[in-house]
Design a binder for this molecule. Structure first.
Ligand SMILES: [Zn+2]
Length: 79
């Protein structure tokens, strides 16, 4: 049988709990970053009428659904 002091047991318990919380936090941040990158990639702003629309295709040139102008996919910047 393994003998362990109460202090060591408390430290081990805290290390396991904090390690699990850290892993959950890192996984949540990674998932949020991926979602944000996908959102920025899928939204397109028309250069003519400033209409913002969503397009999930990989095409670089898109037709604006409002004015019909060809629009080049660029990154959407946060204000
Ligand atoms: Zn447009």
């Amino acid at each position: 049988m393994i003998r362990i002091s109460l202090d060591s047991l408390i430290v081990l318990y805290l290390a396991i709990v904090l390690g699990a919380l850290f892993c959950i936090w890192v996984a949540t941040e990674i998932r949020a970053n991926r979602r944000e990158q996908r959102r920025r990639r899928d939204y397109v702003i028309c250069g003519i009428c400033d209409h913002i629309f969503e397009d999930r295709s990989e095409r670089r040139l898109l037709n604006c659904p409002r004015c019909g102008a060809l629009t080049e996919r660029t990154k959407v910047r946060e204000i």
